[in-house]
Ligand binder design. Structure first.
Ligand code: GLN
Length: 250
């Protein structure tokens, strides 16, 4: 039996997962009717925005943090790997990568470093945070059937492993109006979906199983993994959120 991916292990496995997902075929594309956001589409870059050099932290406790850092750098941001609360100093935004939420949940009980409390504080203060897959689960207020540790920052209810086991990983081109007309290659690897969200959460994309991208003010979440594609648009979008926050803050 073919060995599929463990998203906690890093680059090569993730790349292999994408190829495996592609082989399993794409499903149908279901678009969504989206409210306009304050950052515009990824293509409509404001030159003034581009001049703002921001530093974006990538939570590097597990998962594919290196791929996120690479994508963010390709979008013109500086990056900093974050493993401790003190390393949040000097960052303008934070990415929480995919991985395994039950693993990171165990770390929430670790009282030796106030990393998660510090992330919650910065996020509540307006710092943009983007969670992919496990990161989205970790941001959610409700996880269906689970009391596992989480940041509980986004008013969404998620279902873990909503696409089935590793073998059901897949790539599907999804409509995301915020990113322009071209569908986005969304890679789902033991991905969650959003079952429901509060009215102040903007739904950016849906597939047959449910909502797969949303935004709540400074918080952005995708059930899929843009960092293992060649498409920079989700990261560009997040970098623009961070630039806007950095401009307002100074
Ligand atoms: N299924 C994993 C979880 O529940 C998430 C997988 C991922 O991040 N790719 O945490």
């Amino acid at each position: 039996m073919a060995k599929l991916v463990d998203t906690t292990t890093g680059t090569s496995d993730l790349k292999r997962a994408r190829h495996t997902a592609a082989r399993h075929g794409a499903g149908s594309v279901i678009g969504s009717s989206l409210p306009p956001s304050d950052v515009g589409t990824a293509q409509s870059v404001n030159p003034a925005d581009k001049a703002t050099v921001v530093t974006i932290g990538v939570l590097a406790l597990q998962g594919d943090f290196a791929e996120h850092a690479h994508m963010l750098q390709s979008c013109g941001a500086k990056t900093k790997l974050v493993r401790r609360a003190a390393e949040l100093d000097g960052i303008d935004g934070l990415v929480i990568p995919g991985g395994e939420s039950t693993t990171i949940a165990k770390l929430t009980g670790n009282t030796t470093d106030p990393l998660f409390d510090a992330i919650i504080e910065r996020a509540k203060d307006g710092m943009p945070v983007y969670g992919t897959c496990m990161g989205m689960i970790f941001l959610a207020r409700e996880i269906e059937g689970s009391e596992q540790g989480r940041l509980a920052l986004m008013d969404i209810t998620v279902r873990r492993n909503a696409f089935g086991p590793q073998i059901a990983s897949r790539e599907e081109h999804v409509a995301i109006d915020e990113l322009g007309a071209e569908p986005f290659p969304a890679v789902f690897i033991r991905g969650p979906i959003i079952l429901g969200c509060a009215p102040h959460v903007q739904v950016y994309s849906k597939v047959a199983e449910g909502i797969v991208m949303c935004r709540q003010n400074n918080l952005l979440a995708t059930a899929f993994h843009p960092e293992i594609t060649d498409d920079l648009r989700v990261h560009q979008y997040f970098v623009k959120m961070v630039r806007k926050y950095a401009c307002v803050r100074v």
